[in-house]
Design a protein. Structure first.
Length: 138
């Protein structure tokens, strides 16, 4: 296993799809030069000379990963999870289930619930899910 510390990198994304990865400090320098107008027509990135007019942007790795996922047909729901094209998001169901089950577990662990009340709570939870989602979970 390699325990080397690596520098953060950013990607200079070129119009034709080429990705040029540079260290974060070099990316900051290039951004500054571009914004201040110091870089007239070309910039140097590593051993490459780049026409500034061909630069789409300078992005961090997360931005590029999001872009690639979207190009592959995935989409991100409001819960921050990625889904494949045509897939319906059911993350809200999982969130409700987890919250309700956690609440029931906490009550049981505290000893505040009799066995009879626990069974009734589970029935009510099933009814709640049925009303909320239109069908009973198996």
């Amino acid at each position: 296993m390699n325990n080397e510390i690596t520098k953060k990198q950013e990607c200079i994304f070129i119009r034709n799809g080429i990705e040029i990865w540079v260290d974060e400090d070099k990316a900051v320098q290039i951004k500054t030069d571009l914004l201040q107008g110091i870089a007239n027509n070309f910039i140097k990135a590593g051993n490459r000379i780049i026409n500034v007019k061909e630069i789409v942007g300078i992005f961090n790795p997360d931005d590029l990963e999001d872009l690639k996922r979207r190009k592959n047909g995935q989409w991100k729901c409001s819960y921050g999870r990625w889904h494949n094209r045509g897939e319906n998001c059911e993350c809200h169901k999982n969130k409700v289930d987890i919250a309700n089950e956690k609440r029931l577990r906490e009550m049981e662990e505290a000893g505040d619930v009799s066995e009879e009340q626990r069974i009734n709570n589970l029935k009510k939870l099933g009814e709640f899910k049925k009303d909320l989602f239109g069908k009973k979970k198996k």
